[in-house]
Write a protein that binds this ligand. Structure first.
Ligand code: CO
Length: 641
């Protein structure tokens, strides 16, 4: 392969390029929806382009493949390895959270890393959202044991002043993290600027200092979001950084990485000229120009501007912002966006200034949404409770006393010096899927995502048909009837009624176009007292209400439970989500405040509690079901025994 090298630069110290097109590029710009079938055609050319590494797996790609695409992420990796045999493959691993949103047990970490290494990952970029090395230890050991490249990443963050050198995120903070990571056996270190907040001269200062402090290679991963990344990358190169992350132009810029093509031209003839051929990079770009238009619906942006200059002010990462907008829209509360954006910095301060990166960005965003919709900390997500108990690790700042008392209540504080060590989980996962499969990859998929993972495994093994919305766009088009344009064959959206109105929402001077529709029973499941609940709650959940004609029923109050009748109380979904599990059984006596059901919303677990004392009459929704806002999840007979 490397006979091409003679056509390439003769630079003495070429910048090493990690191409992120097949992972962070489409994760950042098109909600991680790029399908394997649209990558295989260009993979061999990418392999021959001269990249030092290609990031192709991990991050959100695992979740998105199983949840939205009906695609086996393990099969995707195997295919990449076959088509890209010469370029080291890299993945993003969220420390003890792997490719999920919660902390997993050590045996899941060990099994996942071992399997990923076996199937094809050469470089594991491992980070922890709190930069807490204790959360990196287990995954690091597993990577070393597999004999692979361990790249430990430091999340770059800032506080309100927005520059390197704030009260928590000082130069010393980064230097001491880097030294500790080196001592942990890191092969290299990555500065991970997920928010696009690393300013060019700060990059120069930081890289210069880090190069003087550690001996292992240094890499910069940045996002273009605020418009600074190309400049910051160049200053980092001037300061002697060893490697940088870039994307091919069609999936570069905006909230993704800086583009490779202008960087190649910029460094041409210099001592730092990369070994990537410009002609090859252009060819890759042409390919994506051809395949991406059908993904247009995922790439749509309300903004005119390519950059989001407001990020320099509010510091909210692009991915987090688009999540908030779509989640508030689903909850029928898009008009509260401004309040949520104002609440996020307060919630972050209460949490002790965690870096806004997965899962901290989701945790902070979801809690800020709950604070606005239901009152500050009236509904604390399960994740925040765990975080406050110290189970995610140590935040750089202090957790506020108000949050601490509301999240923990009378519960016992765990030892904040030690993140939770969970009991082993793999045996239970094997057991849960054994009626379908014994394949270790399937077991891991389930262990990571019990609800959506199980749904996916049932589809993969032919127990359930693939839903239309998971099918590739062309296939859905055929099933939809011939002769329709690609535009018309978009996956189905929830139908808008003639009552829908279009509004402009202004956030800090930015305009967002939103459509608002009054909530009606059509959107979700409401159980009216007259209808009652039959002896077969599961059937009730999948049938009726959604199809019944609109009634002039009042929409449910924003609380956690709704009166179903004078002697019944319904526990309803305050926001749309997936029913993860019930904590009670039919016939069980419950007291007001007891946990009834756990709802996953905004990728966070929310425990919904009984607002009445009585007996559980029915559990209405199926576990694993997606429910709309205000859907009834359980019925309690008040006072009955
Ligand atoms: Co990134």
């Amino acid at each position: 392969m490397r006979q091409l090298a003679q056509d390439r630069s003769m630079a003495g110290n070429p910048v090493k390029i990690t191409d992120t097109t097949l992972r962070d590029g489409h994760q950042s710009l098109m909600a991680t929806r790029l399908r394997l079938e649209d990558m295989v055609g260009i993979a061999p050319a990418m392999d021959a382009a001269g990249f030092d590494a290609m990031e192709v797996w991990g991050g959100a790609t695992f979740d998105a493949a199983t949840r939205f695409l009906g695609e086996d992420p393990w099969e995707r990796l195997r295919t990449f390895k076959r088509l890209i045999p010469n370029t080291p493959l890299s993945m993003l691993l969220r420390g003890q959270s792997l490719v999920g949103y919660r902390t997993y047990a050590d045996d899941v970490v060990d099994a996942f890393v071992a399997r990923a290494a076996e199937v094809g990952i050469d470089i594991f970029r491992v980070f922890d959202a709190l930069n807490d090395e204790r959360n990196l230890a287990r995954a690091s050991q597993a990577v070393k044991r597999a004999g692979k490249h361990l790249q430990l990443a430091i999340c770059y963050s800032v506080t309100e002043e927005g520059r390197l050198g704030g009260p928590y995120y000082s130069l010393d903070y980064y230097l001491s993290k880097a030294k500790r990571f080196e001592a942990m056996g890191a092969t290299s270190i990555c500065i991970k600027d997920m928010g696009g907040l690393l300013a060019p001269y700060d990059a120069y200062e930081l890289v210069t200092a880090l190069k003087g402090a550690v001996d292992i290679p240094l890499q910069l991963h940045s996002h273009y979001t605020s418009g600074m990344a190309s400049m910051s990358v160049l200053k980092a190169i001037e300061a002697g950084i060893d490697g940088v992350d870039t994307c091919c132009a069609p999936l570069a810029l905006r909230t993704a990485q800086p583009a490779i093509e202008p960087l190649l031209f910029t460094l041409r003839g210099s001592d730092r000229e990369p070994q990537v051929e410009l002609a090859k990079a252009l060819e890759i770009g042409d390919y994506f120009e051809g395949v991406l238009p059908k993904y247009q619906r995922y790439m749509e942006s309300a903004r005119v501007s390519v950059i989001d200059a407001r990020v320099l002010d509010h510091q909210i990462p692009g991915g987090m912002m688009s999540n908030l907008v779509s989640q508030l829209r689903e909850a029928g509360a898009i008009d509260r966006l401004t309040e949520v954006l104002e609440e996020i910095p307060r919630t972050r301060r209460d949490l002790g200034y965690p870096p806004l990166v997965t899962p901290m960005s989701q945790m902070t965003g979801a809690q800020a949404v709950n604070n606005v919709l239901f009152g500050r900390y009236a509904m604390v997500t399960g994740a925040v409770k765990e975080y406050v108990a110290g189970n995610y690790g140590a935040p750089p700042g202090e957790i506020s006393a108000e949050l601490r008392s509301k999240a923990l209540g009378s519960a016992q504080m765990s030892d904040a010096d030690a993140p939770a060590t969970l009991p082993p989980e793999m045996d239970a996962a094997r057991d849960a899927v054994k009626h379908i499969t014994t394949d270790i990859e399937d077991v891991l998929t389930y262990a990571l995502y019990p609800a959506t993972g199980m749904k996916f495994l049932r589809i993969k093994h032919g127990l359930d048909p693939m839903p239309d919305e998971m099918k590739p766009i062309e296939i859905a088009q055929k099933a939809d009837g011939a002769g329709r344009s690609t535009e018309a064959a978009k996956p189905p959206e929830r139908a808008r009624s003639r009552h829908a109105r279009s509004f402009s929402v202004y956030v800090g001077g930015e305009r967002f176009e939103v459509e608002v529709e009054p909530n009606t029973p059509q959107g979700g499941m409401r159980v009216s007292p007259a209808a009652g609940v039959s002896a077969s709650p599961a059937e009730t959940a999948s049938a009726s209400a959604a199809d019944s004609p609109a009634q002039a029923a009042p929409s449910a109050p924003a609380g956690m439970a709704t009166e179903a009748s004078s002697d019944e109380a319904a526990v309803t979904a305050p926001i749309p989500g997936v029913v993860l599990r019930y904590e009670v059984e039919v016939g069980q006596s419950v007291d007001e405040g007891d946990s009834i059901v756990v709802l996953e919303a905004m990728k966070m677990e929310n425990t919904l509690t009984a607002t009445a004392t009585g007996t559980v009459k029915a559990l209405v929704a199926d576990v694993g079901a997606t429910v709309a806002k205000d859907a009834a999840l359980a019925i309690i007979s008040i006072g009955a025994d």
